[in-house]
Design a protein around this ligand. Sequence first.
Ligand code: GLN
Length: 255
Amino acid sequence: MDERRGRHEAGPAQRGPSAVRLVWVYPDLLSTYGDRGNLLVLARRARLRGLRVEIAEVNSDQPVPVDGDIYLLGGGEDLPQILAARRLATGGGLAAAADRGAVVFAVCAGYQIIGTEFGGVEGEPVPGLGLIDIRSGRGERRGVGEIIADVDPALGVDRLTGFENHQGVTRRGPDVKPLATVVTGVGNGDGTEGSYSGRIVGTYLHGPALVRNPGLADMLLSWVAGPLPAVDPRQEDLVSKLRADRLAAAAGVPS
Ligand code: GLN
């Protein structure tokens, strides 16, 4: 199978060594609540800095290319999640990319898949990819609704706003840090939200996460492109309004 199938140019520029290569993993299985927006926002914010962008959308019957810079996984229902985990393990492309230092940003089902194990349909343990030392199981109640969380100060990213809908609860191994501390909502189920280790980042936040939280998008981009110039504030009007709206809407919701 042609590894480049599904790959297309995201802007007028041709592919070149300086392009930021974004890989959207298994949109046919893992893309709930508009998680594709994470891909679009990364591409947009890269282009606003004059960076060239190349996008590969890789369905589950295609091999995951190893040469990407940022790999994105979205959320999914339980059965597609299990299928995605099996196919990703068999193909090996995502693990090989992570091994060579690529950035992985994974949401909800994707977050659970990149861990060591997660809970299946009946709560049975299903092997994950082991890209990050986290284990997820099924919690007693679903976490559904708006979530607000304060990011690890070491990452220098503003407060997160998102939407969550998951049964899973997630525990971290000793070398994995929580991405954020929950202000309102459920997150990992222990007062923390998401995880990161090296360049592997996972979160329960939809919204989509990078649309509502451009600081998180810029953090990922800066890991592959170096320090980024500020975006013209006129380009941030809509997202500023969205953030203010969502943070205010969630503020009154008890955690
Ligand atoms: N199936 C997983 C859970 O319920 C992930 C759900 C999702 O991605 N929204 O925890």
